[in-house]
Design a protein around this ligand. Structure first.
Ligand code: GAR
Length: 203
């Protein structure tokens, strides 16, 4: 990372409430960084409103815009490099990160997952599916995990977790709401801890 500022890029697919919370915290100075780029695979994603509001350049890159996978990945890498990305934040990105990107940004890609990993992670475990699985397994607690992205789904080093109790009557939808609320503070805190070196990322 350069000494001056940390350039943050986002990958996001949908509602974008995590991206919004992080952008808001950057704006408020709670995260000392510059949001330089947002890539979405969904041209209708709500997250684009937040990118527009905070004047973050965004690009729609999907298998529709770039049917050829090699070209698609190359374009993503070119953008990440053009915008001098230091940290790549996955804020509800529902696609697997290509290995070439993981190799180009080792220990620099951070994801938030709406459960307490290593439980309830892996392929297919995203969004409401996660909370359904948690309810079905009669867990007593759940929460959110921020972790480094590696080539295996949800397997990278855990940087921070926060838990909440599951109450009687909770549904996947109610859990999603409660967990999302903690995601919004946890993710920003971890990002600033990385920037201030309170959390060290391996080189
Ligand atoms: C968040 O709950 C995030 O943890 C989850 O998707 C949601 C995105 O919400 N991510 C995953 O499930 C990744 N496996 P948002 O678009 O409002 O930030």
């Amino acid at each position: 990372m350069r000494q001056d500022t940390t350039n943050i890029a986002f990958f996001a697919s949908g509602r974008g409430s995590n991206a919004e919370a992080i952008l808001e915290n950057i704006h408020l100075g709670n995260i000392v960084a510059k949001p330089v780029l947002l890539i979405t695979n969904n041209s209708k994603a709500e997250v684009l409103k937040h990118a527009e509001f905070f004047k973050v350049p965004w690009y729609h890159i999907s298998n529709q815009t770039h049917p050829n996978e090699e070209k698609r990945v190359r374009f993503m890498l070119e953008l990440l490099s053009f915008y001098d990305t230091d940290l790549l934040i996955l804020a509800g990105y529902m696609k697997k990160i290509p290995n070439e990107i993981i190799e180009a940004y080792p220990n620099k890609i951070i994801n938030i997952h709406p459960a307490l990993l290593p439980k309830f992670g892996g392929k297919g475990m995203y969004g409401l599916n996660v909370h359904k699985a948690v309810i079905d397994s009669e867990e007593k607690i759940t929460g959110a995990t921020v972790h480094i992205v590696t080539d295996e789904y949800d397997q990278g080093r855990i940087l921070a977790q926060q838990s909440i109790e599951i109450e009687e009557g909770d549904t996947p939808e109610s859990l999603q709401k409660k967990v999302l609320k903690i995601e919004h503070t946890l993710f920003s805190k971890v990002i600033q801890d990385i920037i201030s070196k309170k959390i060290e990322l391996e080189k």
